[in-house]
Design a protein. Sequence first.
Length: 151
Amino acid sequence: MALAKETKGKHTVVTFKIGKNEAPSTSDVLLLGDFNKWQTNNSSYQMEKKGGTFEKSIKLENGKRYEFRYLSVDKGWFNDHAADAYVPSPYSGIDNSVVDLTSLPEKTKTVKKATAKKPVAKKVVAKKPAAKAKKDDLKKLKELVLKLHLF
């Protein structure tokens, strides 16, 4: 027997499994408990037969403990030896199995890390020193020529 739990937000899907030769007979098995008010007439909690094994998945609210037992149609009640715990039932000398969803590990959310943008180098437009130098040289040349003519 086994209990598999898959947490999805505020709920957990619990899969109850009874392995080959673990049920008291090959007749149908019902999964009954707090989650269905122990109603034996509710066929939606009949476990599915799969090649000699039985399986049923149900969605349960997180943060609670649920008592449950299996009911073999022709052999009576039996517990899950892989339950999270056992508690006394209202009937003397009989325990109920427990699936405990009170302390489930928090599911970690994948957080996308912000990546720093690489600084983009601005294109620096180089001043044209050659053009300015030519103007300066031309101005100096004119001044020089004027001075020469004056002498």
